[in-house]
Design a protein around this ligand. Sequence first.
Ligand code: NOJ
Ligand code: CA
Length: 847
Amino acid sequence: MSICFAFGVCANDKYMIDSPDKRIKLTFSVKTGIAQYQVSYDRVELIKPSTLGFKFQSQANMLANFVVESTDVSEVNAPWKKVWGQTSTAENHYRQLKVVLSESGEFPRRLHLYFRLFNDGLGFRYEFPEQKNLTTFAITSEETEFAFTDNYTTWWTPGDYDSYEHLYKKTPLSQITAVNTPITMKDKNDVFLSIHEAALTNYAGMTLIKKNGQALRLTSDLVPWPDGIKVKGKAPFKTPWRTIQIAKRAADLIESNLIENLNEPSVITDSSWIKPMKYIGIWWGMHMRKYTWESGPKHGATTENTKSYIDFAKQHGIGGVLVEGWNQGWETWHTGHNVQDFTTAYDDFDLAEVVQYGRKNNIALIGHHETGGNIPMYEQQMEAAFKLYNEVGVHAIKTGYAGKMHPEGVFHHGQQMVNHYRRVVELAAKYRIMVNAHEPIKPTGIRRTYPNMMTREGGRGMEWNGWSEGNSPEHTVTLPFTRLLAGPMDYTPGIFNIQFDPHGQYRVHSTLAKQLAMFVVLYSPMQMAADMIENYHEQPAFKFIEEAPTSWDETNVLQGEIGDFITMARRSGEQWFIGSMTDEHPRTVSVSLDFLEEDTSYIAWAYSDAMTTDFQDSPADLEINELVVNKGDQLTIAMASGGGHAFYLTPAKKGIDFQRLTVTQHNELAREKMLKFEQGKKYGEITQVKHLAINKTIRLLTQYDQGYIGGDNNALIDGVKGGSDYKTLWQGYRKKDLSVVIDLGELTHVSSIDIGFLQSILHSIMLPTEVRFSQSEDGNNFTLLGKESYETKANVPDYQQKKFQVAFTPKRMRYIKVTAKNMSTLPQWHIRPGQEAFIFADEIIVK
Ligand code: NOJ
Ligand code: CA
């Protein structure tokens, strides 16, 4: 409704629309030519007036001359059936406001806005209709704002144009500078929001930044082309939807269908070939360095090895086997210029024979294409490669984009790549191939339109545990409330050899029970049991994985707090699966079985952390119990630090003879375990920082650094000495200088400080050009203690570690600041002159 309708032209047009349940309200207005929207929930303002519009190259901005020409309100209620998913159907009920905008001035252009309000949030998009004053265009900035009403608590990953593989940070909104979406927030009334986008098609991925020092306002920052343009297009043209999920409980965010509802219905009419499945693969072996991708004495993808994976899959009811490293060219992957041949196998891999063997045993082979970021190379081969797979009978592939993009300057998440990723999905559909993309563009609900777009990485998955400090227990209980709101994730759960015996430099930061729970909690229609098959031998726990479905009829998120814990129940047919996971804190959770059918008894298999489970020493200890449960029963479960719990419930046959635990005994056992877990070791304890020579706990004060890709705030004090392999233990910073403040907790006598840096010329990791050490008593005024400069010359050995140090007669200080200058671009003598230089540091030792 327009408040100033009767007056014709007016300076302040205002239109309102609400969600079907009337709880969400959107107000659109044009105020002195500026278009704005604002949002409230239960009458409390969530988003303050926020501007809408664009800046173009060689055309006037579309920002400040808007007039409303007409509006239209409509309502749609059109539930739809999913090919696969967390539920079998999706509710889809919204009210839409369409606004036709024009401009004042001599050459008015037209812009349409669509706002759709559902009960679980809203989306809005722009449309440039066909018109003579706007034909082809180049967007230099989309000026969509999100002006929040308060300093919301926010869970976010940094605004990286190339990768989503970061740990989440939880900070007040005011501490953000740039983020990738989805981000999730909580307002002061405990209302939860998540900002993301839907139907990202022929457009650049959206990151969000702070502009003009505004503390509580985020603005769209689209990922650019190499020439700086954000989006190149031609009217008629629609942008993706900007989405705001809204929920009263964090858990409710997960049950939302908003993102999929804002996508077009499926264009694949016969979807009988699209089959969700569990899979195993020749994969973790490479990350564990038991195998290599490339051919040689340790080659993983041999015909023989693949056949033994197929045998295992058959024995255990697993649908597919992924094979990485089957095709020629892997030798080039690490060189930075990946050139692979996707139609020619290595000599020791017979594609036809392997597929044939799989078919005989009813096991699907999952192919693999690692582009390494070399897009022209891939686009040339794509169709031939898909054709080959289709001919031999491979109906699923995993793709990869691990590497710096070619051509130079292209980002993973820009318009050019968005279009590439879509071409892959469309071409795959043509050849009846399901896609699992790694290093992908983020999910935006395209799976509704192309249900062969099964799953993707697009987050920090299991692999990081294989070769880095890994993912904290908190990470996996943050993902369901953040990354997974966008869509399924190929996290690759199910590592049973948690401590990587017998070598074990790294490990998985969870218990075995939690690995099982991930099969319920971290949704993926292609779900990998990721460990090597030898680690599944004679493991009763594998039974749970055998039973776990990959598509569900119903999903109930029972409880959960972001980054702390989650419990969800999912139904497939008559069976229920309940998965619970905790962060570093041991925890009990009470589960009410009120979702079960009346008058049916269920056998429940409980896979839990055992009395002897200890995060540090015995994370793989697992207890399996059977009990009989009924609707209304109340179950208590106990989880160790980094632990989890998984239930599998199936209706009991009448007359079955149970000699199992009673519910009361089960709950009593859980309480006893909890007492034990509370005394056990916790994740994170070992790295607490007594070791920094002064025998005191040290806290890092430095804020999370945008460019920091190595780990989290504890990284510089991980207590493990760096080797010379840059992938292990060294912490990388890029673009920026490294700057760290250490708080010693109280005034302390310090006599020396040193910090080690790595130089690896080949990997563009350069020593700092200068390191400065300063001290302060109050944390504000720092005085310089000493500095050391360094000039890197050509012809230095490739791997070199250098310690920068300052020593003095003991001085009293509480805060120490270390700042190391990154040379930022590589010198002329380097093989990649002028390109980005990285700076990698390890332990700061204070004596
Ligand atoms: C990174 C992917 O995430 C991983 O799964 C894959 O094994 C490697 N790239 C090699 O393609
Ligand atoms: Ca990856």
